[in-house]
Ligand binder design. Sequence first.
Ligand SMILES: [Zn+2]
Ligand SMILES: [Zn+2]
Length: 342
Amino acid sequence: MSEPLITLTGDGLYCPQGAFHIDPWNAAQYAVVTHAHSDHARAGSTQYLGATPGLPLLQSRLGTDANIRVIPYGEVLERNGVRISLHPAGHVLGSAQVRLECRGEVWVVTGDYKLAVDPTCSPFEPVRCHTLITESTFGLPIYRWDSNSDLMSRINSWWQTNKAAGKTSVIYAYSLGKAQRLMASVDSSVGSIFTHGAVENVTRAYRQSGVALPPTYPVNEVAPRTKPWVGGLVIAPPSAASSPWAKKFEPASDAVASGWMQVRGTRRRKAVDRGFAVSDHADWPGLLTVIKESGASRVLATHGFAQVLARYLREQGLDAGVIATRYGDEEEGAELAAEGEG
Ligand SMILES: [Zn+2]
Ligand SMILES: [Zn+2]
């Protein structure tokens, strides 16, 4: 192969043959976007391509006048001889892996992904390729998630206990994806679910896309004097933790839902009562499963513990390296909030 199908430019991952970027961090001519999180979907590009189920989310992130074309998962679009298709990544609604094929050579860029059960989006679909560019946010062997049902039953019993004690349960979770996964997965017969405005906005876009969610009550639309949230579950973004906004729920028990909560005994846990290691990223075994099922002979890790993952893969005999993108970690907000810094 003369030229790699994807290279790294100052603006992000770029396909020279197809003349398009994937999740560019600067404005580009043509941007293929894996999902609507702000570190992947940046405003300012001339044209966007995304997966159909994510359209309302992309519109709210990029603005309604952004030029966004969407294609269903699995449909092929050709650009300058490069066949582009998008495949479910299981991360959030509309999240996609990008498959590129040119002259028999296949590359896949995973974007963010997870294998865990999530009723609010299509499950991750393995895609075969020669070269895989994978995220590695939780690319350390210590990160192993408990099953979704175990995690949710722990959250349910925490909520039950708080309710019995006359307390409000406040859970901090990233407003795009994690919040909706929680509301769809908890036992909504325990009590009512209340939302912070930022969570409610995204929830509206999920409902608009046809995702079934239990009823939610925006905190700013209910009469505060009656304290209707007592015994209920309040879902708010990590930035609202230890804010004056959160004070009104007292007496309350608060918790953070983030993969970073897996590491016990660190200062991350101290600012809130509970931590639930619910992540929208793959854990270590999940990363290895996806890499194996891709059949890729070459793996480029990015985003997170890329060096550790790449070294491990080389020890297993794979051609592996690191590609230094600038994607942030949406769960970092939860980490900072738990530390009382945000
Ligand atoms: Zn993401
Ligand atoms: Zn990301």
